[in-house]
Design a protein around this ligand. Structure first.
Ligand code: 5FX
Length: 561
């Protein structure tokens, strides 16, 4: 998930004033002081955050794929294919988004000569297929042209499988059989076989698109693809993102022979060797230095040195036990020290990761249906309904969910009878309570338990909605904290970029983030929350079993509702 690149030069005379898009107090940063960039190539948009040495955010920007690059005709940044299982994104959309984002940042007045290092993250599992000869192209980019023009012939596959894809069930079965079962595969790679995991996507493409596959010289993840653009050469896949491929042996942190062999013989040649997420990849490509980034600099003003470290902020450490709940396109809950995925900021440690597919897009659908498209009315519905929703419980799986693997909308009244509708306000609360009860139920099944001192950190778009955060706090019976910046993945990446510069003096990532603003307490549980949701969780678990036993709709296991 992480990449880091680096440039280091004597400060040029400041030519632009730093523009802050969120808080004017942040503009206090000296106009020629260093800045560090964190990018996030996420599902629906490309985002960037710039911080100064004191970790203040001095600029934020983004490109929304659907609205700002309409020529690619995506919805939520993706194309859902006719089988409703295959989900892809056009690779050139991501490249063009980078062209556009850098232009926007420059137009907003951020002086690129202040940038000392950059780092980034990308949506996990998605993969990019570079055509033979692309490496040569990357190294010789003509500074007078846009990246998307230069790279239009560089991909053997125009449409990249992304994390929402669930079309590789056969390949998952084959991989598990080859590895000696789901448990054995989980022992090696940290996970049973999942359709969205990159190895299974690669195996499917090799079978269904043999010509394109033959024409591929390198496969990147979205994060390493993005790093490759900045680097002007192929960037390694990092251990943390590599943990989402069903290919990496997460203990030895090398590609697993068994998994490689079962996926595609000699696949390691297409993947390159994996690296710690904290690796520094090298100086930024001269294309960016002399064109988009630093056109204003004189050649003599640059001094380069090889950098050291990078990463993405996944480190909410402290005295308290912390769980992190992301409220973005997908919803994530992560917990320390349970084997599943290598942690970006410490490659010797592991974290568990639960992923839920029906997150913000489902909330938007219910908002449109029950609250006239208004978040204010959606929030009012939450305020107007009691904790526990009069016993009504809902499951809203617009597309095939990951955890648990179920599809469809299922509503139950207080006597556990299936009902076909709820009042609009109850529907809103049923959705929210159902989403958070599910996070809690599955986190607890992983071994997580709520004890005194537990805090919930909420990130992502919905983390700015007070009523949603209140439901989260009540369901978890724990205080909820947020950070001021909803682009937490970008912010973490920017911290990693800064850390890259100071790591050689021995500073740890934790030393660097000590200066970061503390997460703010935004919601505390209602006094009755424990009683209400303790009971409700048990009912929810029973009803989820019922939902799982229901026959799936005939047309597809992944249909939308
Ligand atoms: C994690 O396993 C996921 O599939 C999602 O959270 C994607 O990373 C979203 F980008």
């Amino acid at each position: 998930m992480c990449y880091c690149l680096f440039k280091y030069f004597t400060p040029a005379p400041p030519v632009c004033v730093c523009v802050c898009v969120r808080a004017c107090s942040m503009m206090a940063a000296a106009q020629d002081s260093p800045v560090y960039l964190g990018f996030d190539f996420s599902t629906q948009q490309l985002k960037v955050v710039a911080i100064d040495e004191n970790l203040n955010v001095v600029h934020q920007n983004n490109v929304q794929f659907d609205s700002e690059l309409p020529e690619f005709r995506t919805q939520g940044g993706v194309h859902i294919h006719g089988d409703r299982l295959t989900v892809t994104s056009p690779v050139l959309m991501w490249v063009k988004a980078l062209d556009l984002l850098l232009d926007k940042v420059k137009r907003a007045g951020l002086d690129f000569s202040r940038v000392r290092a950059l780092s980034g993250s990308g949506q996990q599992h998605g993969s990019v297929y570079w055509r033979r000869g692309a490496s040569e192209t990357l190294q010789n980019l003509d500074p007078d042209q846009d990246l998307h023009q230069l790279l239009q012939g560089s991909f053997s596959l125009r449409d990249c499988p992304v994390w929402m894809d669930s079309s590789s069930s056969q390949q998952c079965e084959d991989l598990q059989a080859a590895a000696g079962g789901a448990l054995r595969l989980a022992h090696i790679t940290g996970s049973r076989a999942y359709e969205r995991f990159t190895g299974n996507q690669i195996a499917k493409l090799r079978r269904t698109r043999p010509d394109e596959f033959q024409d591929t010289e390198r496969i990147s993840l979205v994060s390493s693809f993005a790093a490759s653009l900045f680097l002007g050469g192929y960037a390694a896949i990092d251990y943390s993102d590599g943990s989402g491929m069903n290919l990496l042996d997460i203990r030895s942190r090398t590609w697993s022979e068994i998994c490689l062999e079962a996926t595609t013989p000699h696949l390691d040649r297409l993947l390159g060797a994996p690296l710690p997420s904290t690796s520094v990849l090298g100086p930024v490509s001269s294309y960016f230095v002399w064109t988009r980034f630093l056109r204003e600099l004189q050649r003599g003003g640059l001094h380069w040195r090889q950098p050291r470290v990078s990463g993405r902020n996944e480190a909410p450490a402290g005295r308290h036990r912390v769980t992190r709940s992301s409220c973005g396109s997908s919803s994530l809950a992560r917990r320390w020290r349970v084997t599943s995925s290598v942690i970006p900021v410490d490659w010797r440690a592991f974290m568990a990761l639960l992923c839920f597919k029906n997150g913000s897009l489902t909330r938007e659908r219910i908002r449109n249906k029950c609250a006239g498209g208004s978040w204010e009315l959606f929030s009012a519905a939450l305020r107007d309904t009691p904790l526990g929703n009069n016993g009504n419980i809902g499951f809203y799986f617009d597309s095939m969910e990951i955890t648990p693997p179920a599809v469809g909308v299922h509503r139950f009244d207080s006597d556990d009878n299936k009902v076909s509708s709820l009042s609009p306000a109850e529907e809103v609360r049923a959705l929210l309570e159902g989403q958070f009860l599910s996070r809690r139920l599955h986190a607890e099944r992983l071994g997580y338990s709520i004890i005194p001192g537990t805090r919930v950190l909420a990130t992502g778009g919905a983390s700015s909605n007070q009523e949603i955060l209140q439901v989260l706090s009540d369901v978890f019976n724990a205080p909820v904290y947020t950070i001021d910046v909803s682009n937490s993945a970008c912010l973490g990446s920017a911290y990693r970029a800064l850390h890259a510069l100071v790591a050689e003096s021995g500073a740890s990532f934790f030393d660097v983030v000590k200066k970061a603003p503390e997460p703010q307490l935004v919601a505390t549980p209602h006094p009755t929350a424990q009683e209400v949701y303790g009971q409700m969780l048990k009912r929810f678990a029973r009803l989820e079993e019922r939902v799982l036993q229901e026959p799936r709709p005939l047309s597809s296991s992944n249909q939308s509702v």
